[in-house]
Ligand binder design. Structure first.
Ligand code: ZN
Length: 248
């Protein structure tokens, strides 16, 4: 049957062959679309997980710095208190007012140092508690996103394994279907498919309109399409038109 490459086919048979080929090729397109989005989703999630991890590391580092600051300031307070104790003792044995005043100034200075350190500690504590909130929120988001990523990766692996087989089968069917169609029509079909974003070269009438460009088809033209006595293309987009009920 395929020896004459469809030249002996009636118009109706040609239309059926073309529509069948279109359905097979559309199925291939669909598989590619499904798989085509998943790698992007995985990529986006990977970027988000990486970003969150970096953010968490930075926040944790900042928190550690604040902890160190608190420890340092606590040590300073301890030292200052020891100094005050030492100066207070010294003050008991001064020989004149000048020495007394000088030690008083030192004590006063150490007191101010303690006040400043206490202020810094309180500030750091407030910052830490704020950071801990952000750390907690980021960590929970990271956990969520990591779970999403694992899921999507698994999905992608499954789909890839699954669709590879389906795609192969469809490719074989597409090749076989092509062999039943005359070269002239195949060339027109390929040109139309390549020029359209949705990959549709053969479309049916949908609600009195072309299923490819959705422009209205005049009633007489619809009757001609339904008669299937000649090959009719959409006057707007050039796609080959078939009646809705044609089944492959
Ligand atoms: Zn059209």
């Amino acid at each position: 049957m395929a020896t004459k490459k469809g030249l002996d086919q009636t118009i109706e048979e040609k239309l059926n062959s073309l529509f069948e080929l279109q359905q097979i090729d559309s199925a291939i397109d669909k598989i590619r679309t499904v798989r085509g989005e998943l790698p992007l989703e995985v990529e986006d999630l990977e970027a988000e997980v990486e970003g969150l991890t970096t953010r968490l590391d930075k926040l944790t580092e900042e928190k550690t710095e604040l902890d160190t600051l608190i420890t340092d300031r606590k040590n300073m307070i301890k030292d200052a208190k020891a100094s005050i104790k030492k100066y207070t003792e010294q003050q008991k044995n001064v020989r004149n007012n000048r020495e007394y005043d000088s030690i008083s100034k030192e004590i006063e200075f150490q007191g101010l140092e303690i006040e400043l350190s206490e202020k810094k500690i309180n500030e750091a504590k407030a910052k830490i508690s704020h950071k801990e909130e952000i750390i907690e929120a980021s960590a929970s988001r990271l956990k969520e996103r990591t779970a999403d990523l694992d899921l999507k990766k698994k999905e992608l692996a499954e789909i890839s394994a699954e669709t590879e087989k389906d795609e192969e089968k469809l490719f074989k069917r597409s090749d076989k279907a092509r062999k039943d169609i005359e070269d002239r029509l195949i060339r027109a079909y390929d040109r139309l498919r390549n020029n359209s974003k949705n990959g549709l070269a053969v479309v049916s009438i949908e609600r009195d309109a072309c299923g490819g460009c959705f422009n209205k088809i005049p009633p007489q033209r619809q009757i001609d399409i339904q008669a299937r006595k000649k090959l009719i293309v959409c006057e707007h987009c050039g796609r080959i038109l078939v009646e809705p009920l044609v089944e492959a």
